[in-house]
Design a protein. Structure first.
Length: 327
């Protein structure tokens, strides 16, 4: 199966460079807000009910670029009722479910996520982000009331989804937090200020602790911290050996599935936490097609954060879930 990171790069590139003009090739500048998702509507969910004793609630990353809607207006948010816009969202939901869920139940809401262009300017991000956050806030409330049935759950998010996920933790009540197996905030920096303002953020110390937050950000070890757009993060763990020191872990990747067979090969990767930056340094990765449009940097492996460590993440989620159920 192709990685959703590869699909993200392909779809976002089309959105960024082909869809922001009208039929005559003129730039479109009018803003529009899509319809609000109704979470009573099953079309606004991706669900895999495996009749398990624990769930994953996953908030997807940015799969949307600015696009022109049917009225000719420029839209900066995903339209969750538009099939062409929903397609990339569904691809990530399916990809993460396939890679990480194992035997766990999986719930992921469609939401009016902000476009990739939003994250090129902090003031624009601050203005648009509340729409996306409010959608997922309502979805999470609906999930807890109507879908979860009191089971322990993993809260997970990637990139924009991780940012939203951390806000859900900030607002979470005690009873809900007691059922949270762990929070996987992937591809986002967590500063000391964020930790101080949210006591729910308890950094993971190993592979099996529960009620903790797992976070990491990968860059090329040959380029170093300069490749990252994450600064001053204080929550970090190595998702291969589940250590918080700089002891290296070595593993081999699977062949890259979207390349011709003759070009496929395995990489032997060495990964370790850099003690100064709290970034995950990766050596031995030979792919060259990982850089995101607009916000990406050479040596920043943001688009591969789940795909590279998928086997370790899946096993770890199952382990932490089993530990929570036994308690």
């Amino acid at each position: 199966m192709q990685s959703f990171g590869r699909l993200l790069l392909m779809v976002i590139s089309v959105c960024l460079f082909a869809q922001c003009k009208d039929g005559k090739g003129h730039p479109v500048t009018t803003d529009v807000l899509p319809a609000t998702p109704n979470y009573d509507d099953t079309t606004q969910w991706y669900v895999s009910d495996r009749h398990a004793d624990a769930d994953i609630f996953y908030v997807i990353s940015t799969e949307t670029g600015d696009y022109v809607d049917a009225s000719g207006a420029l839209c900066h948010y995903a339209n969750t009722y538009n099939d062409s816009v929903r397609g990339p969202l569904h691809s990530e939901m399916l990809g993460v479910d396939t890679l990480l869920s194992g035997k766990l139940n999986y719930y992921s809401p469609y939401y009016r996520q902000c476009s990739l262009q939003t994250f090129t300017d902090d003031s624009v991000t601050a203005a648009r982000f509340p729409i996306a956050l409010d959608d997922v806030r309502r979805a999470f409330g609906y999930y807890l009331e109507h879908l979860n049935n009191g089971r322990p759950f993993i809260l997970a998010g990637f990139s924009q989804g991780a940012r939203i996920m951390l806000e859900l933790m900030r607002e979470m009540d005690d009873a809900t937090f007691q059922r949270m197996i762990a929070a996987y905030a992937i591809g986002i920096g967590i500063t000391q200020e964020m930790v101080d303002s949210c006591p729910r953020i308890v950094p993971a110390k190993g592979a099996a602790d529960t009620g903790v937050t797992i976070s990491y950000n990968s860059v090329s070890g040959d380029i170093g911290a300069s490749a990252s757009f994450v600064k001053n993060t204080v929550v970090a763990i190595n998702p291969v050996n589940w250590r918080t020191d700089d002891k290296a872990a070595v593993f081999m990747t699977e062949p890259t599935p979207w390349l011709p067979v003759a070009e496929q090969k395995k990489d032997t990767l060495t990964v370790y936490l850099d003690g100064e930056s709290n970034l995950l340094f990766v050596k031995g990765y030979t792919a060259t097609d990982y850089v995101l449009p607009l916000i990406g940097k050479e040596g920043n492996y943001h688009s591969r954060e789940i795909w590279l460590y998928r086997d370790f993440l899946r096993e770890n989620m199952a382990l932490r879930a089993a530990n929570m159920i036994r308690q």
